[in-house]
Design a protein around this ligand. Structure first.
Ligand code: MSP
Length: 628
């Protein structure tokens, strides 16, 4: 029997699950269901990452002990996944004794091998990332690109793991193996590996962080959370004691978003190599769910709650949307409009309609029983052939994780079903007394719907199950059965039941929106805040150096009234070249005295490493003209 080992990241328990976490977990659940449908043995690991700075800080802020916090939030992840019917094989927590013991054992092993050593280190530490950042990982303002926060400069004695020693091995390994998908992430990792890798700090002094796994060789330190967390992929399958761990490990497939590419693609393979273990089989990396172009995340305060959303619109509707809307690997925008459009257009109109029409006619004219097949016409066969090819393509695309294309392809066959029923018009055949022929048309459609329901069960398990039950489908739920167009039992009950995908008529009301809008925290200002700034065109009519001040010029500016402005541009402009020049000024800046001279505004200027230039209007404007 073929086997596959699938993992999600283990999520931090400093915040409740949101749609971003749900995406990875639902995708992996869909893949697990897909392989189970193909009769593979599947081990699906998910869980929670419970140590580290973030957790300690959050617990402190909430006035809880770290243990109480991790127990509560870990449970909430588990409850969420159970609510969504996630078929995980094991839910691991890094605070479990067995995990902690193995982490210590691994650390001891690496320490004894000389892979871990003590040293003093100074670096920029981002609490959000729980790691030291390189300057490349900062934006122009020196902030972490992901968390938009300035990292802290930290200097301390710590234990280190020499990554550089393995850099060329890893580069070579990644180049030669299909380890990372999509390939542009492989390229990104190879790019990271072009430069020397700084040593990985694998400890935190207890005086700064207590909430972690104690280093077995130094009681004053705890283990760096990433070192502990990555090992969950091994401890989750019972490494090193369980006799089956190796068989699963050979087939390991990790799923993550791009935020944690570096720990998974650089640290983790090197840790495995140093331990003398084989590298995982594959790393699949997806993009971010964005809200108004910003990554959905707790720290940005724009999260969408998947449970509230699915209670309003349906679990399978949400699953379908997530699989259909994101091209795996790329970012995707979450919006209610797009979500509702997918529900109404794809689910209610296309799929729901086909199901409703077919089962409604079966109820009405065939006494809610599966009609017999009475010989297929060329058109019937052509439609079945088309469905078969679409299912084959769906299978291929799904296996390649191109879920959006897989569904798009299947929807061509679903839409064609609506065209087929219109063309065959079983209602007219019945009126003409051609009951046998009408029965065949409906049976073709019932068989096809059954195949769609099986094929779509990884994406929409609940609706598929209801639909198959409504058609009294009793055969095994397996991939081969999707091609069996005689899989239903003649004469068995076939009822339409409740509408599978009710249309959403109303636009979501503001209060129903589960997006938390807290843009102020993201570094944005509102348009109203921007409007408070009085920007105007000013014409410089007089300029002179300020005595005993190298950098300052005293200017007289018309805007339209005459004002005096002291500006720090003396190193870049001579007074005489400024006279007659139009500039942009901030006119409502609180007046202040600079070197005893009153300054009533500020000039706008741009600066880069080559120098400074004043911002000027592109053509001559009346002094005082408003800039907005
Ligand atoms: N604890 C670490 C992972 C350790 S794995 C050994 C961690 N946890 S996390 O709670 O921050 O989860 C990050 C993961 O959550 C992402 O890699 C992704 O799977 C998911 N997502 C969180 N926000 C997301 C989006 N906005 N969009 C898509 N996925 C997102 O990092």
């Amino acid at each position: 029997m073929m086997r596959i080992y699938l993992t999600t990241p283990i999520y931090y328990v400093n915040a409740y699950p949101h749609l971003g976490h749900a995406y990875t977990t639902l995708i992996v659940d869909g893949i697990a269901r897909f392989y189970r449908l193909k009769n593979w043995q599947v081990f699906f690991l998910t869980g929670t990452d419970e140590h580290g700075d973030k957790i300690q800080k959050t617990a402190k802020d909430k006035g809880l002990s770290p243990q109480a916090l991790v127990d509560e939030i870990s449970e909430s992840f588990k409850r969420t996944w159970d609510y969504f019917g996630i078929g995980y094989s094991r839910f691991i927590r890094t605070t479990e004794e067995t995990h902690k013991k193995t982490v210590q054992r691994v650390l001891q092993q690496l320490y004894e091998k000389g892979e871990i050593y003590q040293d003093e280190y100074e670096g920029l530490y981002c609490v959000g990332c729980e790691r030291f950042l390189t300057t490349k990982e900062l934006d122009e303002q020196g902030r972490c690109k992901d968390h938009q926060k300035t990292p802290e400069l930290i200097k301390e004695r710590n234990y280190f793991f020499n990554l550089e020693k393995y850099r060329s091995w890893l580069k070579d390994y990644i180049q030669k193996n299909d380890l990372i998908y999509p390939v542009f992430y492989k390229e990104e990792v190879l790019h990271m590996l072009e430069e020397e890798l700084p040593p990985l700090c694998i400890s935190r002094p207890k005086k700064r962080l207590e909430w972690g796994i104690e280093l077995p060789f130094d009681k004053d330190y705890v283990t760096y959370v990433w070192f502990d967390a990555l090992l969950n992929y091994l401890t989750g399958i019972g490494y090193p004691e369980d006799p089956n761990w190796e068989d699963w490990w050979k087939e390991s497939h990790h799923f993550i978003a791009k935020d944690i590419l570096k720990p998974h693609a650089v640290y983790w393979p090197i840790m495995l190599k140093a331990l003398g273990l084989p590298v995982y089989k594959k790393l699949f990396v997806h993009g971010y769910w964005l809200v108004d172009r910003l990554k959905m995340s707790k720290s940005l305060g724009n999260i969408v709650d998947p449970v509230t959303l699915s209670k309003t619109y349906g679990k399978d509707q949400l699953r379908y949307f997530l699989f259909r809307e994101m091209a795996f690997g790329y970012d995707a925008e979450f919006s209610f409009e797009a979500f509702i459009t997918r529900i109404n257009a794809d689910l209610a109109n296309d799929y729901g309609n086909l199901v409703y029409r077919t089962l409604n006619l079966t109820e009405k004219y065939f006494n809610s029983c599966v009609p017999p097949l009475n010989g297929l016409t060329e058109e019937d066969q052509a439609y079945l052939d088309m469905v078969k090819t679409a299912l084959e393509d769906y299978h291929k695309l799904f296996s390649e994780l191109q879920f959006h294309r897989a569904l798009e392809r299947l929807w061509e066959a679903i839409r064609e079903g609506n065209v087929y029923i219109d063309r065959q018009a079983p209602w007219s055949l019945i009126k003409k007394g051609e009951l046998d022929r009408a029965g065949t048309v409906l049976r073709v459609l019932l068989e096809v719907i059954k195949s769609f329901a099986i094929a779509l069960s990884p994406v929409m398990p609940e609706t598929s199950q209801i639909l198959l039950e409504n058609m009294s489908y009793e055969r095994p739920l397996s991939w081969e059965e999707v091609f069996n167009f005689k899989g239903l039992k003649e004469g068995a009950a076939a009822k339409k039941g409740k509408p599978l995908f009710p249309r959403i008529e109303d636009k979501p009301k503001e209060e129903e929106k589960v997006v938390e809008e807290k843009k102020e925290e993201t570094g944005f200002i509102s348009i109203d805040e921007f409007r408070k700034i009085d920007l105007r065109v000013g014409k410089i009519v007089a300029a002179e150096k300020v005595p005993n001040a190298d950098k300052l010029l005293r200017l007289e500016v018309l805007c339209p009234e005459k004002r005096q402005i002291v500006s720090g541009i003396a190193q870049y402009y001579q007074p005489e070249e400024l006279i007659g020049k139009e500039v942009i000024i901030v006119a409502n800046l609180k007046p202040s005295k600079i070197r005893g001279i009153l300054s009533e505004g500020m000039l706008l200027a741009a600066k880069d490493e080559k120098g400074l230039c004043l911002v000027t209007p592109e053509k001559e404007m009346a002094p005082g003209a408003k800039v907005s």
